[in-house]
Design a binder for this molecule. Structure first.
Ligand SMILES: [Zn+2]
Length: 409
């Protein structure tokens, strides 16, 4: 933090910054962070590169312009209550840029040293099976069945994918950790312990409204548990304890049933991967979100996220023939030349400080996929020709295609 608001008097941003003199705006269970944690990125990127990353991936459509002001030499980023700003100095040129400090290594740094029979040696990969599964499937809305068929739970199926994938990657020399290695939560919070935060959240949302019903509070406490506290606990585990080079978040997609009371299988089946990006102007008004975006932008995660996503989706597409899923609207940004890869701001891909990709292959409730998932759910072991094996093998083959040199920092 270099200068107080007076510095902004000469910039158009002055009015904007002073418009927010209340306490820093924070997301639910968000942590106040020190802007000085960005000091290590001073003079690591040029102005052109900083703007390119914002405009093409992190904040397309100028959504950053309400909270970041540029001069030739530096970016001034709104902090806290808006009375001051964080000054990030640009490198004068790419040649004179300071090296980007980071704990993780890129495929380009790791893989050339690997051997022919251990082609992934030296790579430390964390696998993050999405959701909680087990007895928590119904609570998190990831549990369903068709007629008398088996119960399908995304959290359980992706845990099985993670276990099979771990064995495959270790055989090829990688070191692998599971962010969740059993059904159930990583967080030690419970819906009960989060009731005070749920009550406070309700009060913020309804400042003049009617008092909440017990069901209102229960619903919010459940959401804070499985969607917020759980992801924050996993982020702490990834950033502070596991500290991998890459995180693969394993999911299966699904489409909403047109008539949930009478579910029938759907036609579409598709595939995509997500990298961190597409922050809206509204999201960037939160102090914690703004800082977390800049950490991702400055530490160079995107080049690895894009490269791994491109390779893994190419492999999944060739193994399954699935077409790309296409987003409409501003919550996602397309990556040029990569129809399967999209940028989106999710809590996990924002909070995990190292490169992280979300895999969203297969529409679970489609005509093509459901019979395969039902067969997996009914079996105590992954099936030799089954979907779990196909998913894990395609991801493995994608990683073996790296480094592909498509996205340089
Ligand atoms: Zn999921």
């Amino acid at each position: 933090m270099r200068k107080p608001a007076r510095l902004f008097a000469s910039f158009a941003l002055a009015a904007l910054l002073s418009s927010s003199l209340h306490a820093a705006r924070m997301t639910s269970l968000g942590q106040a962070r020190e802007w000085s944690t960005l000091d290590k990125y001073q003079r690591t990127v040029t102005r052109d590169e900083f703007v390119r990353r914002l405009d093409t991936l992190y904040a397309p459509g100028g959504t950053w312009k309400d909270t970041i002001v540029l001069t030739d030499e530096a970016a001034f980023i709104r902090t806290g209550n808006g009375e001051s700003a964080y000054r990030l100095a640009f490198a004068a040129s790419a040649e004179s840029a300071a090296p980007t400090p980071r704990r993780w290594r890129t495929p380009q740094e790791i893989l050339p040293a690997a051997t022919a029979d251990q082609p992934l040696a030296g790579w430390f990969i964390a696998l993050d099976p999405g959701h909680l599964g087990g007895e928590y499937g119904p609570l998190e809305g990831r549990s369903w069945r068709l007629g008398e068929g088996p119960v399908i739970q995304e959290g359980d199926l992706v845990l099985r994918v993670a276990e099979v994938l771990k064995t495959k990657l270790e055989t090829l020399g990688a070191r692998v950790a599971l962010v969740r290695d059993r059904p159930g939560p990583v967080t030690t919070d419970t819906p009960e312990s989060l009731r005070p935060q749920a009550e406070a959240w309700y009060a913020r949302q309804h400042p003049d409204g009617p008092p909440p019903t017990p069901a209102d509070i229960q619903k919010l406490a459940n959401l804070l548990f499985y969607r917020v506290s759980e992801i924050r606990a996993r982020a702490d585990l990834v950033n502070d304890t596991i500290q991998p080079d890459l995180v693969l978040c394993l999911h299966l997609n699904a489409e909403g049933f047109p008539d949930p009371a009478n579910p029938t299988l759907l036609e579409p089946n598709h595939l995509h991967a997500l990298v961190n990006g597409a922050y809206s102007a509204e999201e960037l008004t939160y102090d914690d979100v703004r800082l977390e975006m800049l950490r991702k932008l400055l530490n160079g995660s995107a080049a690895v996220e894009l490269e791994v996503s491109a390779a893994v989706t190419a492999s999944l597409a060739s193994a399954t023939g699935m077409p790309p899923f296409t987003y409409t609207g501003p919550t996602a940004v397309a990556v040029p030349g990569q129809p399967y890869v999209w940028g989106r701001n999710l809590l996990a891909n924002r909070l995990y400080a190292c490169p992280v990709i979300f895999l969203e292959p297969y529409v679970a409730n489609s005509q093509a996929v459901y019979p395969r998932l039902a067969a997996e759910a009914e079996s105590s072991e992954p099936l030799p020709d089954g979907l779990v094996e196909e998913y894990a093998q395609a991801v493995t083959d994608g990683l073996l295609a790296l480094p592909c040199g498509l996205f340089e920092e």
